[in-house]
Design a protein around this ligand. Structure first.
Ligand SMILES: [Zn+2]
Length: 63
């Protein structure tokens, strides 16, 4: 099989860093996911503000 990071041929059996060819490629993949997760986690705050504004409008219409 091939390493998904660099495309080099790598073995599955007795390979602690599978499916990657080396610890270096494994670290690169983890870093890629960590960067994407950080970008996503920055988004939810505006939605919380919008929900608070909606609750305030609902209270006004009931009075
Ligand atoms: Zn590799």
């Amino acid at each position: 099989m091939k390493c998904p990071i660099c495309g080099q041929e790598t073995t599955w059996q007795n390979n602690p860093t599978r499916p990657f060819c080396s610890e270096k490629c494994q670290t690169l993949d983890l870093g890629k996911w960590a960067t994407e997760g950080y970008t996503i986690s920055g988004n939810p705050l505006p939605e919380l503000d919008r929900d608070a504004a909606t609750d305030a409008l609902a209270d006004d219409s009931q009075q």
